[in-house]
Design a protein around this ligand. Structure first.
Ligand code: MF3
Ligand code: CO
Length: 253
């Protein structure tokens, strides 16, 4: 069942999403060769709590960190730690925030230093896949229009989408119905209604679609170890079209 949020609930989600976006902006600015991924986690913990939020991920099914940091062939759910970022890496940062009972969830992939041309193109195609899929989150449309838009952009770019992990509904829980795959035919599935709030996640692989789970129980990597990118936004379906709740605003400290 897809939960319809009231205006008051969406206002609360604007707040948790704004915090997530501000934290993301600060973390993006930190990314540089030599930075340990654990430093991003410590900064995120501080930035989230200073804004009155709580990490949505820490302790979720036993997840051990405040954010996910997934480098190169890591697709999602990388655990930050002692690894130092290197020139030419790409790093996916996933930030989830709960505040006052409501959640916001977003991810961005960032090049470390100057990135090589093909990795930059992977990032751009994945960013576009998210942008074009979020644009389909319109009242009266169908859920699979979102999924289809991700797959279409990724495959047009010569890349593969991840099939084992999905975007999701979000609200007073991090994960709600519906699941939002990165693939599928257009014009099927539930009809979208104003008040639905969705975390749309584009996960795009430079090589094959197949992934596997590392022995840490969390990190998802591509089977062929080719690079992967991840962009996610939390969006509200409104009568006037999609409202991206995790859009960055300048209000940093
Ligand atoms: N954005 C991801 C998701 O919605 C991050 C979850 S990490 C976890 O699944 F640790 F919370 F699982
Ligand atoms: Co998510």
């Amino acid at each position: 069942m897809i939960i319809i949020k009231s205006a008051r609930e969406i206002e609360k989600m604007r707040e948790s999403c704004r915090i997530a976006a501000e934290v993301m902006e600060a973390l993006e600015r930190m990314v540089a060769p030599g930075l340990e991924t654990g430093a991003l986690d410590r900064a995120a913990a501080d930035l989230i709590s200073r804004r009155g939020g709580r990490s949505a991920f820490k302790g979720y099914r036993g997840y051990p960190a405040h954010i996910c940091v997934s480098v190169n062939e890591a697709v999602v759910h990388g655990i930050p730690g002692g690894r130092a970022l290197a020139e030419g890496d790409i790093v996916s940062i996933d930030v989830g925030v709960e505040r006052d009972g409501y959640y916001g969830d977003m991810a961005r992939t960032i090049p470390v230093g100057g990135t090589n041309g093909e990795r930059a193109r992977l990032i751009e195609v994945t960013r576009l896949a998210l942008e074009e899929s979020v644009a389909m989150a319109r009242a009266g449309g169908r859920l699979s229009d979102i999924s289809h838009a991700i797959e279409r952009r990724a495959t047009a770019g010569g890349y593969a989408v991840v099939r084992e992990y999905v975007g999701h509904g979000i609200g007073s829980r991090l994960h709600e119905d519906p699941q939002i795959p990165n693939y599928g035919p257009p014009h099927t599935g539930p009809r979208l209604k104003a008040g639905m709030t969705l975390a749309v996640e584009a996960m795009v692989n430079m090589g094959g679609a197949a992934v596997r789970l590392l022995s840490d129980g969390w990190t998802v990597v591509t089977r062929d170890r080719a690079a992967s990118a991840h962009f996610e936004d939390t969006v509200a379906v409104t009568e006037d079209g999609p409202e991206i709740l995790t859009c960055p605003r300048r209000k940093m400290r």
